[in-house]
Write a protein of this length. Structure first.
Ligand SMILES: *Cc1c(COP(=O)(O)O)cnc(C)c1O
Length: 311
């Protein structure tokens, strides 16, 4: 259904990169699908396959009001003929509350709105079992697609990059994508992660997801030894941004015609730019993973009143 060949590896050229001997490429997972945003399909793919193997009716998953993951799940399930249920944080919301929730509904996703307190229990086994009693024969995917199969789907991405590279760069939310990437690297390659949440323990979170996936401790340590954390570019935290970040996204788009979003990819590219400016990347071949997300960020972009992609 989704052709991975659509995700091209696009070279980025500039005199300042040349001067530093840097080769930069953008892996365009944002081109995979308009609603099944970039890495969200990577994380869902093997879960969808598992769902068919189990003969489940559909996928039940969790997300906030503007969740790229909910939208991706709704769209992916619609395309393959599975049902979908989204447990949404916030019982004041309705399926009309915003464009993302409307779009989920139009894909046939059944939205169930729960209080913030109840939503806290989303990873609790007893809570999930209760949900499955009420919604029988559904397959549960955690918030953000953060499970073993999600991770493995992102590992696959690395094998699809034909260009040789030294460093791959990714924004980090649940760290499912970064875990998969780390597992796909060879010994000499490095992963630079840019957490978009304030105070996020990148290595700890990656360790925890890998342990939950029953990986051996020394294999985890080995995978994590290739990770570089660039944790000063969250711009105040999740869904927070500054005018400087918006200005950066606008000028990047003006120059390269690639849209970044102010929640994930804009922060990651900004961080990479700073690392490049510091000299830390001199002589490196770098792949920046464009994880998509411009769709989900539409409301924040509109609210800012900033003409991001007009010029
Ligand atoms: C969800 C998302 C991420 C974060 O991926 P994780 O696997 O949760 O770390 C990064 N970029 C975009 C655009 C996303 O939508």
């Amino acid at each position: 259904m989704i052709d991975f060949k659509k995700s091209i590896v696009q070279p980025i050229q500039s005199a300042s990169l040349d001067a530093r001997g840097i080769e930069l490429f953008v892996k365009r997972d944002d081109l995979l699908h308009p609603d099944i945003s970039g890495n969200k399909w990577r994380k869902l793919r093997f879960n969808v396959i598992q769902c068919f193997k189990n003969h489940n009716a559909g996928i039940l998953t969790f997300g906030g009001a503007y969740s790229n993951h909910l939208l991706a799940t709704a769209a992916a399930c619609a395309e393959v003929g599975l049902k979908s249920i989204g447990i949404v944080r916030g019982d004041e919301l309705t399926s009309e509350s915003n464009a993302i929730l409307k779009r989920c509904t139009s894909y046939g996703m059944e939205l169930q709105f729960v209080s913030r307190e109840l939503y806290q229990l989303r990873n609790d086994r007893y809570y999930q079992e209760n949900l499955l009693i009420q919604n029988s024969n559904y397959y549960v995917v955690p918030e953000g697609g953060a499970n073993y199969l999600g991770m493995i789907g992102c590992q696959e991405l690395v094998s699809q990059i034909e260009q040789p590279f030294d460093v791959i760069v990714s924004a980090q939310g649940t760290s499912t994508t970064s875990c998969g990437l780390a597992l796909g690297l060879d010994d000499s390659q490095r992963l630079m992660v840019v957490p978009v949440l304030k105070g996020y323990d990148s290595i700890g979170e990656m360790q925890s997801l890998m342990s939950r996936s029953a990986m051996a401790e020394d294999a985890i340590d080995f995978a994590l030894s290739s990770v570089l954390v660039s944790d000063e570019y969250h711009f105040g935290g999740y869904w927070k941004y500054t005018w400087e970040l918006l200005e950066f996204i606008r000028s990047f788009h003006n120059r390269y015609r690639i849209k970044l979003d102010p929640i994930y990819t804009g922060k990651a590219m900004y961080a990479l730019q700073k690392e490049i400016d510091s000299g830390a990347m001199d002589g490196k071949r770098i792949v920046f993973l464009h994880t998509g997300g411009v769709q989900g960020a539409q409301s924040i972009i509109e609210k800012s009143g900033f003409d991001l992609f007009g010029g």
